[in-house]
Design a protein around this ligand. Structure first.
Ligand code: SF4
Length: 135
């Protein structure tokens, strides 16, 4: 059995507590507070203690869904990306880039959130971008 602790920063709010992800045989199983981190000094709130739980959740969506007439149907990534790009282009053409907003998630990585805000600003052309951790 291989056990390691991977240092990171909690992404659930703007406080930025230092954490250690507990990884056993390549599987993320826990989150611990980093005792030497200057922000939280060995403490976490309840959200931080549970930071790892969504990673292996059975409820996690693993495929894109498109809603048609009130019902979701599972589609492949190419279909979802083509559908989304087409819809965004039509909305932007008709109402302008500021008619679009991008809301990103603390359950995505920092790198994914960075890419999402870059996509909002550089591709769509709007500063309407927000994140639940700012609340
Ligand atoms: S959600 Fe809790 S543990 Fe995470 S950064 Fe904020 S205060 Fe720290």
């Amino acid at each position: 059995m291989e056990c390691k602790f991977v240092p990171s920063v909690c992404s659930y709010c703007g406080t930025g507590c230092g954490i250690l992800f507990q990884v056993v045989d390549g599987r993320l199983i826990g989150t611990l507070p980093m005792k030497t981190h200057p922000v939280n000094q060995g403490k976490l709130c309840i959200k931080g203690w549970n930071l790892h739980e969504h990673i292996n959740s059975e409820l996690r969506l693993k495929n894109p869904l498109i809603k048609t007439f009130g019902r979701f149907s599972r589609v492949n990534w190419d279909t979802a990306i083509r559908y989304t790009a087409d819809r965004l282009q039509k909305i932007i053409k008709k109402h302008g880039p500021d008619s679009v907003g991008v809301l990103v998630s603390a359950k995505a990585t920092n790198e994914e959130n960075y890419l999402a805000q870059k996509f909002a600003r550089a591709v769509i052309g709007t500063n309407n971008v927000d994140h639940c951790a700012r609340l």
